[in-house]
Design a protein around this ligand. Structure first.
Ligand SMILES: Cc1ncc(COP(=O)(O)O)c(C=O)c1O
Length: 434
C-alpha cells in the first residue's frame, strides 16, 4: 500500500533508513512515526512550512492539521513571531538569568487569565504538569493524583499511565484514574481514594483521548466535589489555552475555575513552553526556602528568552484577533458536522470528535450503538490497526494529521477544508476496497 506516497518520497525514505539505526523506533517522540510504519512506510521529513501548509524534503506539499502538536494557531512562519525571535537572537539567545521579556510575558498571561495569581515557566508541558502535581502533593500533604482515562499530560512519571485501552498499565507512581464525563466513575474514584487524593487533573476538552468536550455540568460537579474534600483541581490547558479563546477555556468557555492550570503549545506558538500557576497560597510553596516547600522548579531552558519573546508576539496577535475565535471554532464545528454526515453516508465505522478548532477522526472496530461520550467508551472501540492505515492513506492524499487529525489555525482556508474532506473520502474508499 501507499505506493504513490513511497514513490514520491525517496529522500524521506533515505533519512528514515538512517534514523532507525539511531533512535528507538526511528524517532525521539513516539508519535512522530505518525503511524506510517504500520502501513509498511515511513514518515515524511519536513523541511519548511507556510501558514497552514508544510513541505517535505522531496518537495511534496501537505495541508497541515498537525500544526506542531496543535501549537501553531497563527500558522507557520508568522512574520511577527519570526521578527521577535530574530531580534532576540541578535541580542543573545539565552543567558540563564532573569530577563525583561520573562516579566512582560508573565504580566501578559496574568492579564488574560484572572485566576493566575502566581506562575512559573518551564521548557515543556510535561514538566509543568509534573510540578503542578508536586505542588498539590506538598500543599495537601497527600500522595495520590487522579486523571482521566485517555488523558495525556506529558511524559513525566507522575501522569504517564492509562492513556490507551485497556488502561491496565501500572502507574509508575501513586496514580488512579476515572472516565471523564462519567459521574459514576468519578464518584467511585472519590469514594475509594478521596481522602488520599492531592489533586485531580483534567483537560477541559480531552485531547489525545479523542477530543472529548465536557458534558452537562461535569466540570462544575468535579469542582464542587474536589473542593469539599480539599483536593486541588488542576486544569491542563496545554491544548485548550489560547486555542478556544484568548485566555483559558475552563473558566472562559465552561465557567469553572481550577486551583491550578497548566499551559503550553498555542501560548508560545511553537516555541518550547510550559506554564504552571494559579492560587498564590499553593504556588508560594515553589519559592526558594518556602516553609513546607520542597524543590519545585528548575530547568536550564526554563523561561528561555526566545520562548518569552515569541510568546509575547503570539499573545499580541491573538489579542488583536480575539473576536475571530468564534469564526475559527465555527469552522471546526462545521467541518466535523460535514465529516460525520459524509462518513455516515459512506457507511464507514469512523467518527469525528472534537470541539471548536480541535478535531479528531477515529477508526472504530464497529459502529457505536450509542453516542460515544467518554474517553473510555471511545477507547474501547478504537481500532489501532485501521487508524494507522487511515492516517497513511491521508498522508498519501497530502493531508498531514495525526491522532485522528489535529487543529485548525487562523491561516487555514475554506479550500483546505474542502480538500481535507475529499482526502478523507478517498482514504476511506481506499480502506473499503482493501
Ligand atoms: C494536554 C497536554 N498536556 C501536556 C502535554 C505535554 O506537553 P509537552 O509535549 O510540551 O511536554 C501535552 C502534549 O501533547 C498535552 O496535549
Amino acid at each position: 500500500m501507499l505506493e504513490e506516497y513511497n514513490a514520491r518520497t525517496p529522500k524521506s525514505a533515505a533519512l528514515w533508513k538512517r534514523a532507525v539505526k539511531l533512535f528507538p523506533g526511528g524517532v525521539s517522540h513516539n508519535i512522530r512515526t505518525f503511524g506510517m510504519p504500520g502501513c509498511g512506510s515511513y514518515p515524511p521529513y519536513i523541511s519548511h512550512g507556510q501558514d497552514g501548509h508544510i513541505w517535505d524534503v522531496d518537495g511534496n506539499e501537505y495541508i497541515d492539521w498537525w500544526m506542531t502538536h496543535y501549537s501553531l494557531i497563527l500558522g507557520h512562519n508568522d512574520p511577527n513571531v519570526k521578527e521577535a525571535i530574530r531580534d532576540q537572537i541578535e541580542a543573545g539567545h539565552h543567558f540563564g538569568t532573569p530577563t525583561e521579556p520573562q516579566v512582560r510575558y508573565g504580566e501578559r498571561l496574568k492579564e488574560a487569565i484572572p485566576f493566575l495569581e502566581k506562575m512559573r515557566f518551564t521548557a515543556t508541558g510535561g514538566e509543568s504538569t509534573m510540578y503542578a502535581v508536586r505542588l498539590a502533593r506538598l500543599f495537601t500533604k497527600r500522595k495520590l493524583v487522579g486523571k482521566s482515562l485517555g488523558g495525556w499530560h506529558g511524559g513525566n512519571d507522575a501522569l504517564t499511565y492509562h492513556m490507551s485501552y485497556p488502561y491496565s498499565d501500572e502507574p509508575f507512581y501513586n496514580g488512579v484514574s476515572f472516565d471523564y464525563n462519567n459521574r459514576e466513575s468519578f464518584d467511585q474514584m472519590l469514594k475509594q481514594y478521596g481522602k488520599d487524593l492531592a489533586a485531580v487533573i483534567i483537560e477541559p476538552v480531552i485531547g489525545a483521548g479523542g477530543g472529548i468536550p465536557p458534558e452537562g455540568n461535569i466540570l462544575s460537579y468535579m469542582r464542587e466535589e474536589t473542593e469539599s474534600r480539599d483536593i486541588l483541581l488542576i486544569f491542563d490547558e496545554i491544548i485548550t489555552g489560547f486555542r478556544l479563546r484568548y485566555g483559558t477555556a475552563g473558566d472562559g468557555v465552561f465557567g469553572v475555575t481550577p486551583d491550578l492550570v497548566t499551559l503550553g503549545k498555542a501560548a508560545a506558538g511553537g516555541m518550547p513552553l510550559g506554564v504552571y500557576g494559579g492560587r498564590e497560597d499553593v504556588m508560594t510553596l515553589a519559592a526558594p526556602g518556602a516553609q513546607g516547600g520542597r524543590w519545585v522548579g528548575g530547568g536550564t531552558f526554563s523561561s528561555h528568552p526566545l520562548t518569552m519573546v515569541a510568546g509575547l508576539a503570539v499573545l499580541d496577535r491573538l489579542r488583536e484577533k480575539r473576536d475571530q475565535y468564534d469564526r475559527l471554532n465555527r469552522m471546526g464545528d462545521s467541518f466535523r458536522k460535514r465529516l460525520n454526515d459524509m462518513l455516515q453516508e459512506m457507511n464507514a465505522p469512523l467518527i469525528g470528535t472534537g470541539y471548536g478548532s480541535i478535531n479528531f477522526v477515529s477508526c472504530l472496530t464497529s459502529a457505536p450503538s450509542k453516542p460515544l461520550r467518554t474517553p473510555g467508551q471511545l477507547g474501547a472501540l478504537f481500532d489501532h490497526k485501521n487508524q494507522d492505515l487511515f492516517q497513511g492513506y491521508l498522508m498519501q492524499e497530502g493531508i498531514f494529521g495525526y491522532h485522528g487529525l489535529g487543529a485548525l489555525s487562523f491561516t487555514h482556508s475554506d479550500e483546505d477544508i474542502e480538500r481535507t474532506l475529499q482526502g478523507i473520502s478517498n482514504a476511506v474508499m481506499n480502506m473499503q476496497q482493501r
